[in-house]
Design a protein. Structure first.
Length: 147
């Protein structure tokens, strides 16, 4: 198509296409546990923060998403028996999240899957090239976020 030349040079198209393909890849990797990408990230984050409990607002900030997206994922994870919500003793309007034993086991599988993908990416393009690509992507993202 005539637009192909533009698409070949477009960082927006390349990032969007890569994001859709990465989402498909992670869906395949996490399908055994019935998780989406954000759900997997939430479990991994909670595992690494333990024994400290996590607030949903912290997750939203860390992952650059809305509290609504986090709330939806938390409800799903809670429905799957992987985590619990606990009222924050210091602020009754907020709640804290805690992994259940099944959630901890699932988080370990998710972390292993993410680690395996990371290793494959590093083998495919090299650690240095991957680090440079991430640096460039973050620079573009910062530019877009703060024009």
């Amino acid at each position: 198509m005539r637009i192909d030349a533009f698409l070949e040079q477009s960082p927006m198209f390349a990032v969007n296409l890569a994001a859709r393909r990465f989402e498909s890849l992670t869906a395949q990797v996490l399908v055994a546990d019935g998780l989406g990408f954000l759900e997997g990230l939430i479990l991994a984050a909670m595992f690494f923060e333990a024994p400290k409990l996590v607030k949903p607002s912290q997750l939203a900030e860390t992952f650059g998403t809305t509290r609504g997206n986090i709330s939806h994922s938390v409800s799903s994870l809670e429905g799957k028996g992987l985590l619990l919500r606990k009222i924050d003793a210091e602020d009754a309007r907020a709640y804290l999240l805690m992994l259940k034993p099944q959630g901890k086991r699932c988080a370990v599988r998710v972390i292993g899957a993410f680690d395996k993908l990371q290793s494959e990416f590093e083998q495919e393009i090299g650690k240095t090239a991957l680090a440079e690509m991430l640096k460039s992507l973050r620079k573009l993202e910062a530019r877009i976020s703060h024009p």
